[in-house]
Write a protein that binds this ligand. Structure first.
Ligand SMILES: [Zn+2]
Ligand SMILES: [Zn+2]
Length: 369
């Protein structure tokens, strides 16, 4: 493919994101050309823009996408042109220690792709102003087309709308997956701090796991209302109430069984830890800035047997887990449409990032009509 396409490019940290023409190579033997139909705009993209997530630049943004397979490399057998797909941003190798250990989300090769801003092969298929540039986590979905490795494409049924499908690629997989892998038992009390794209899906995942009480802390009225509609039983505005006191009040001073920080803030992660009961678990899901430490009470770790753990991409293996999410959606157990609060064309990408900067709530999705 040698005709120009549009892509959302971060030229350098702190600079405005621009929509610019780029040239895309044809896919390599194990790669796939995907015509993008929808791409969510995620906080991680925003962190790349601010430089808090120090990815190499210039960078094609976007890692939460769905589209149609356009062409495939000579060795690709898992998808064919015309297939509808969701993109995974962890194209794992299947043979490294982490993949074999059942933690494909920690794959050496996928991690290197993200850090280096390349495809797993090391290739860079996007040319901008005469130079090869980087892509966000081996995807770069905020573009008319994307060349990705075959491990990044997950087929989906054609009756799943693209804008809803796109969310499966990051926010839903991360949120629901983290709840599915946390020690939530039927009847448990669960705390979710931050109910944006990821937090709302922790709420949904916790509900599917059988949590009886789901408490949500979020300063955004839009996010609190969405959380209530998707399964939260109590929402707390931290500007009105001290969250820890309120949580201890409603749990008779025990605290919750499992707490999640979906924001990625050290104080909120400490709140999650402090709000768990003896023997409970706090899970870090939101991505904090690099080099930030969290202060928790060391004695509580021992004498109260509390666990503080992390969850990356919902501990997922997307080829296995995205079809599971689709099944839950098909049976009405997982809601996707309400999370989408705004839709824009790619040319309005700046407005979508302003939605994040202004914490307007829910997800903004770029769509191609
Ligand atoms: Zn994301
Ligand atoms: Zn691996």
């Amino acid at each position: 493919m040698d005709h120009p396409i549009r892509a959302a490019i971060l030229p350098d940290y702190g600079e405005p994101v621009i929509i610019s023409e780029v040239l895309l190579d044809n896919p390599g033997p194990h790669e796939v050309l995907v015509e993008m139909r929808a791409s969510g705009v995620c906080h991680s993209d925003w962190h790349a823009i601010t430089g808090h997530l120090p990815l190499p630049v210039p960078l094609v943004l976007g890692h939460e996408g769905a589209g149609i397979v356009s062409t495939v490399g000579a060795q690709v057998t898992r998808v064919a042109p015309g297939d509808h797909v969701v993109l995974s941003w962890t194209p794992n190798c299947g043979v490294c220690r982490w993949c074999l250990n059942g933690q494909p989300e920690l794959c050496d090769r996928a991690n290197a792709s993200a850090v280096n801003g390349t495809l797993p092969s090391g290739a860079q298929r996007v040319v901008w102003q005469g130079r090869r540039i980087h892509t966000f986590s081996a995807t770069g979905t905020l573009a008319d087309f994307a060349v990705v490795s075959e491990e990044s494409v997950i087929p989906i049924p054609p009756h799943l709308p693209f804008d809803e499908a796109a969310l499966l690629g990051c926010a839903v997989m991360t949120g629901v997956g983290s709840a599915f892998h946390a020690p939530i038992r039927p009847g448990d009390a669960v705390l979710v701090i931050g109910s944006g794209g990821v937090g709302l899906n922790i709420v949904q995942g916790a509900k599917i796991r059988g949590a009886a009480r789901i408490i949500v802390v979020d300063p955004s009225a839009v996010n609190r209302a969405l959380a209530l509609s998707l399964g939260a039983s109590l929402v707390i505005d931290p500007n009105d109430d001290d969250p820890l006191s309120a949580i201890l009040d409603v749990t008779h001073d025990d605290g919750v069984d499992v707490a999640f920080d979906a924001v990625g803030d050290p104080e909120l992660l400490a709140l999650a830890f402090n709000a768990t009961r003896r023997g409970g678990t706090a899970v870090a899901v939101g991505v904090p800035l690099p080099n930030v430490n969290v202060a928790i009470n060391a004695l509580a770790v021992v004498s109260q047997e509390k666990t503080l753990t992390g969850s990356w991409y919902g501990h997922s293996f997307p080829p296995r887990d995205i079809p599971r999410l689709v099944t839950l959606w098909e049976h009405g157990m997982l809601q996707l449409a309400p999370i989408i609060q705004r839709r824009y064309g790619l040319e309005h990408i700046a407005e979508a990032f302003d939605d994040i900067a202004s914490t307007r709530g829910g997800r903004s999705v770029i769509v191609w009509s």
